[in-house]
Design a protein around this ligand. Structure first.
Ligand SMILES: [Zn+2]
Length: 320
């Protein structure tokens, strides 16, 4: 399990031990953050007949993987668990009603009945309203987990009825600290921690990949030589992937720096980890602001973002 998911595991393990689990949990995070990993771990734990603890600690629980219900979970045939997934990019009211009926039946094996809804943002308005009713009148020993990468696309009333976990992969110094504490700093581990992040789904498309490579050159050119500001701004305005790509490339730069640091290579580092951390924050924040603005204001907000990037670089150069 990724280091940044551990605190959520501990919290949920404790709540499970004290029988205080929320009825509905919403896991929000970018691709590669580990949303499914965390959800699957919890679903398996809840459905296991003899959960085991690591180091005899109540806050480090996991499914045994060997009991009857664990085996049924593994083969996707446990009658007390339901997976709901969008078909043709939308999750309809029939599926939610099915989940509702399912939750009202008695569990056949363990205590819990569990429902996992992936891509919760694809629910139709009717489905969302049906789910709302379910969330308002929870049945005993039922846990619904919703997963989304786009929490803003969900009805606020649904979000407010869930315990929300915003999951963000560690980057930069925090990641390095975490790994150092575990005594696991070497270049292989560092690469593994980021491996999901580097696989953006759209990059499997050749044309988009070419665009990405072009965008990357442009951004790096701007970072290192402060060239082509207007071109970069145009890309950020026109390319719907641009913000995620900015974030992505910055994360990869951080990773490269960490690998260098871990290998103790005394190379000259132009943009050090500290600066890259700042850049990453500026971009993530810019992404949030841009999403909140209408198209007419987008140019202004994007210009602000490019200016903020430029300020971070200038400050870094003054600091040297
Ligand atoms: Zn088990």
């Amino acid at each position: 399990m990724q280091p940044w998911l551990r605190s959520y595991q501990q919290l949920l393990s404790l709540q499970y031990s004290n029988q205080q689990l929320p009825h509905a949990i919403l896991i929000n995070g970018v691709a590669g953050a580990g949303k499914s990993l965390l959800a699957q771990w919890l679903m398996h734990l809840l459905n296991c007949q003899q959960p085991i603890s690591q180091d005899n600690q109540v806050n480090k629980l996991q499914a045994c993987g060997q009991c009857k219900t664990c085996l049924l979970m593994h083969s996707n045939t446990l009658p007390d668990h339901l997976n709901l997934q969008a078909e043709k990019n939308s999750l309809g009211i029939d599926e939610i009603r099915h989940a509702n009926d399912f939750l009202h039946k008695t569990a056949q094996f363990g205590m819990y009945k569990t429902v996992l809804i992936t891509h919760a943002e694809t629910m139709t308005p009717a489905a969302a309203n049906a789910l709302l009713k379910t969330l308002e009148e929870p049945t005993d020993y039922s846990v619904i987990v919703l997963i989304t990468a786009d929490i803003e696309a969900l009805l606020p009333t649904i979000v407010s009825r869930c315990r929300v976990f915003h999951i963000q992969p560690d980057v930069g110094e925090r990641l390095l600290d975490n790994l150092q504490q575990q005594g696991k700093v070497n270049s292989n581990n560092l690469t593994k921690c980021f491996v999901n992040l580097t696989q953006l789904p759209e990059l499997t498309d050749d044309k988009v990949y070419e665009l990405f490579e072009g965008f990357k050159r442009l951004y790096l050119n701007y970072l290192y030589y402060q060239q082509d500001e207007a071109l970069l701004l145009q890309q950020v305005l026109d390319n719907k992937h641009a913000l995620r790509w900015l974030e992505q490339i910055t994360v990869n730069l951080q990773r490269d720096q960490l690998i260098k640091a871990a290998n103790l290579q005394a190379e000259k580092i132009v943009l050090d980890t500290h600066v890259l951390n700042k850049l990453y924050k500026v971009i993530v924040n810019g992404d949030k602001v841009i999403k909140a603005y209408t198209q007419s204001n987008k140019q202004f907000v994007c210009q602000q973002l490019i200016m903020s990037i430029s300020q971070v670089i200038e400050q870094a150069q003054i600091g040297k």
